[in-house]
Design a protein. Structure first.
Length: 557
């Protein structure tokens, strides 16, 4: 995922999802699907007898971080990975999509009517300057999360929270307007807790212009602290000696080295200068597997790649055109050519492996004849015999954009261009620098865009499909359907996951009918790991998920 996203606009911030928000996080990093499986175990013979203390791990990343304050830093992959090593949430969501583990909260309970959720905090957690972490920090964090002056993009998930009450230094209550299925995850796992004593000195109105100030006044309670940050070169995290889990982290440092080019990442990895590559190119897997001293950890994540059609401008305001495009793209050939066995065609933002998937909505088939019929029906015919359909004197031509430097997506653009040409459509591929692409995406300044999204584990898809998200939110394609808006609201308010399931099924049927996106593929995350690095267990939530438990049998390295 990318270097940064545009700062959310105040009018939209309360609407944009937090935990698992499907933002354009994958634009600079090819990821994929939503399978809750465990990562493959390390190769035999790579485990030493017991964890050793000391040493460091060097991690190749595609982009730099943009800040250390979660509520103002863009929700990019690298930001999320780093901030979650610096700060603790109340609870930590686990990769099974079902359970959580305590972090700041030692225990919690709901009232009988589920409108009050009380957390009992650990009494042995301190900030790195020695100040205890208390319920006041939780209350302060909630105030920051919901402040209109800050306009945090994750405030969306707190709409049903009426307030927070501090009971005593280690007890805090969240009050809800009504019960719903993801209350605990939204308030306890969706964001980290912020240091009131260090950061309350800065008025909320100034937070979005104070990125450097937060770094200069950084105190942490997570397993790592920020040792140094050289922009566009590397971020060094050091072991936090005051971290509450005694003996952790095992490593002294995590060095995140910014290496934008995948080929350069591979060279450094195979040469021993890098211990972990967050995403290998699928074409390089065989080479890594044949090399000594390294291994591949492959697992499914919760992202997907799709073509977003700009529903707000011709010709893609017509759903027939969008369906025609999907029928006219041989997505299986894309997957086979680009990913081999490491990806699969998808039909919606819900993975086929998820309980929320509707089996009655398999991917639409490759059917160029049906695509041609839909184009004919919509009035697009080749009137001048040049092989490109036209209507009213205008050719059926558009520009298909993606981010430069992502070889899989750039390859896909070329194949899509060739396939659409066969049905009389002129698609011009264009690769753009990441920040330029982001500005065009959120500004609606595009015809069609190949982008990657990380799907929310709450299955709240308002980010992509709600009318209220157009313009100021994450509905970059301008899709609007009253039926879908109703379903999205009902899914959000469902009291249980069981109650949400039939609504999710209906949502997937409507989205497949309208095709605001052509869903292309979900791929495996292919993580390259040095054999000197142990207990590395990346998952669909975070590659650095258990970095506090990593260790090396060569600590002097």
């Amino acid at each position: 995922m990318p270097s940064s996203l545009p700062q959310p606009r105040p009018a939209a911030a309360r609407r944009r999802a937090s935990r698992g928000l499907a933002t354009l996080l994958l634009l600079a990093l090819p990821l994929a699907a939503c399978r809750g499986g465990e990562p493959e175990p390390p190769a035999a013979g790579t485990q030493a007898a017991a964890p050793q203390q000391g040493g460091q791990a060097v991690i190749a990343v595609s982009t730099d971080i943009a800040g250390v304050n979660e509520v103002v830093a863009p929700a990019t992959v690298i930001n999320n990975e780093v901030i979650r090593r610096l700060f603790l949430p109340l609870v930590e969501e686990q990769p099974d999509f079902k359970t959580v583990e305590p972090r700041l909260a030692a225990s919690w309970e709901f009232s009988d009517d589920r409108r009050t959720l009380t957390f009992h905090l650990r009494d042995d957690v301190t900030w790195s300057d020695g100040t205890p972490v208390t319920a006041d920090d939780v209350e302060f964090s909630y105030q920051a999360w919901t402040s209109p002056e800050i306009a945090w993009e994750g405030a969306f998930s707190l709409e049903a929270v009426d307030g927070v009450e501090v009971v005593d230094p280690h007890t805090v209550r969240f009050l809800f307007s009504h019960p719903y299925s993801t209350q605990l995850l939204d308030v306890a796992a969706g964001a980290v807790i912020l240091p009131k004593h260090a950061w309350s000195a800065r008025p909320f109105a100034e937070w979005r212009t104070s990125a450097d100030w937060f770094r200069q006044h950084l105190v942490v309670d997570g397993p790592f602290d920020l040792e140094s940050w050289t922009p566009q070169q590397q971020v060094v995290l050091k072991r936090n000696p005051s971290y509450y889990e005694r003996g952790l982290p095992h490593l002294d440092r995590l060095v995140l080295r910014v290496v934008p080019n995948q080929a350069s990442q591979l060279t450094q990895f195979l040469g021993g200068q890098v211990d972990l590559v967050i995403q290998l190119n699928p074409d390089d897997v065989a080479r890594v597997e044949q090399a000594g001293g390294v291994r591949v950890v492959a697992f499914w994540t919760r992202g997907y790649i799709a073509i977003g059609w700009n529903n707000a401008r011709p010709p893609f305001a017509d759903a027939r055109l969008r369906r025609a495009m999907t029928y006219g793209i041989d997505r299986q050939t894309l997957v086979d050519s680009i990913w081999g066995d490491h990806a699969r065609v998808v039909s919606s933002p819900v993975s086929p492996d998820s309980w929320a998937y509707n089996p009655q909505t398999p991917p639409l088939p490759y059917d160029p004849d049906r695509a041609r019929a839909l184009l004919d029906e919509a009035g697009w015919k080749d009137g001048d015999g040049d092989g490109i359909r036209d209507k009213g004197g205008k050719p059926l031509a558009f520009t298909l954009i993606t981010n430069s430097g992502n070889q899989q997506r750039e390859d896909a653009l070329v194949l899509i261009q060739e396939q659409l040409r066969r049905i009389g459509v002129d698609a011009t591929p264009q690769s753009l620098e990441f920040n330029t692409l982001i500005e065009k995406a959120f500004g609606g300044d595009f015809d069609a865009i190949v982008s990657g999204w990380v799907g929310p584990t709450t299955f709240d898809f308002r980010y992509a499909f709600a009318t209220e998200e157009i313009g100021e939110g994450s509905n970059i394609v301008g899709y609007s359907n009253p039926e879908v808006d109703r379903l999205l609201t009902a899914i959000r308010d469902a009291a249980t996951l069981e109650a949400a399931k039939p609504l999710l099924d209906q949502l997937q049927v409507a989205v497949q009918r309208d095709q605001p996106y052509t869903f292309l593929w979900e791929s495996q995350r292919l993580v390259g790991v040095s054999s000197r690095l142990h207990d590395v267990e990346p998952n669909h939530l975070f590659t650095l998920f258990n970095a506090r438990r990593w260790w090396t049998d060569q600590p002097a390295g």
